[in-house]
Design a binder for this molecule. Sequence first.
Ligand SMILES: Cc1ncc(COP(=O)(O)O)c(C=O)c1O
Length: 369
Amino acid sequence: MPLPIRPNVRKMAAYSPGKPIAEVQRKFGLEEVVKLASNENPLGPSPLAMQAIREAAQSVHLYPDADASDLTAKLAERFGFPAERIVVGNGSDELIALLGHVLLSEESDEVLCGDPTFLCYDLAALLAGCRLVKVPLDDKGVHDLPAMASRLTERTRIVFLPNPCNPTGTIVDKSDLNAFLRDLPETALLVLDEAYFEFAQDVREVPDGREIALERDNVAALRTFSKAYGLAGVRCGYGFFSAELADALLRAKQPFNVNVLAQVAGLAALDDEDHLQRTLANNREGLERIAAALRRLGSEPFVSHANFVYADLKRPAGLLVQTLMEQGVIVRSGAPFGQPNAIRVTVGTPKELDRFEEALSQCAAEAAR
Ligand SMILES: Cc1ncc(COP(=O)(O)O)c(C=O)c1O
């Protein structure tokens, strides 16, 4: 007799991450490989965070502070948000999963999101065995909030809205979001997933999820140290919640969910304004270069406010992704997002983007032959 693994788990596809550099080096016998696939920070970690990690390494025989109290207190002070309503997680991925654990219980519960969207929302819904309602993005790659509002029901439990959006990089603006909020039932939680917030924060129309979460119990905002702060490898994210939801999440989480190194790295990174500003400046230039390169392929990339650019090539992108990889440039295919004609390219350093542009021209020249 096979073990009684839940049928909805059997149906789930495993998360498919961008290919690791070492795997591509091995497979194609390459020395230098550039990874522009997982929206990581090309400048590396914040130097202040690295120093803090080195110092904390001697304490890793001890369990971490279960409440991440210092980091929570610093976030509360920085963002003017009550500490008891902030929860730190093992990456914001963990907070997404935890929201599923505390809010989804019935098969008839519904999770509403865009299409394409960040795959962890699917995982949270599928793991709970509930209904996933997906609403296509509009033709500019933006969440179609009126269409999403029309799919809200009394069974809607969570609405996931990545802003900026992964995979398209687009943002919803304040007025569209306010209209959506007027239709949001009190029994549904809107999760503004702001993993890329820092890259967009100077855009006038971008809503600040923290401000909305401060006012409304059924809105939460998630942020992460993985992107602008360059700490994806240590896993540290945080969220702003209502007091009741924060309390539920703290009870449902693993006791020592945020490791020793992640806690000190997050604390130090918050003080590293220089690293953050260098990251944002590099990003602005990189976005323009990638968009221009993709335009040369004849595509019209979506307007990105994140650290990556997404384009629908209007033809299967698999061969291009593969050929770039053989030349040592890893980009993300749209296939895992259900968009086999699309590619997503993360901003790299100027040198990495030189490699990307060269490899792309070579692919275009080969295709023309
Ligand atoms: C929209 C979005 N949310 C959350 C995450 C996860 O971030 P973390 O590394 O904090 O788990 C990502 C990572 O790619 C993302 O794109």
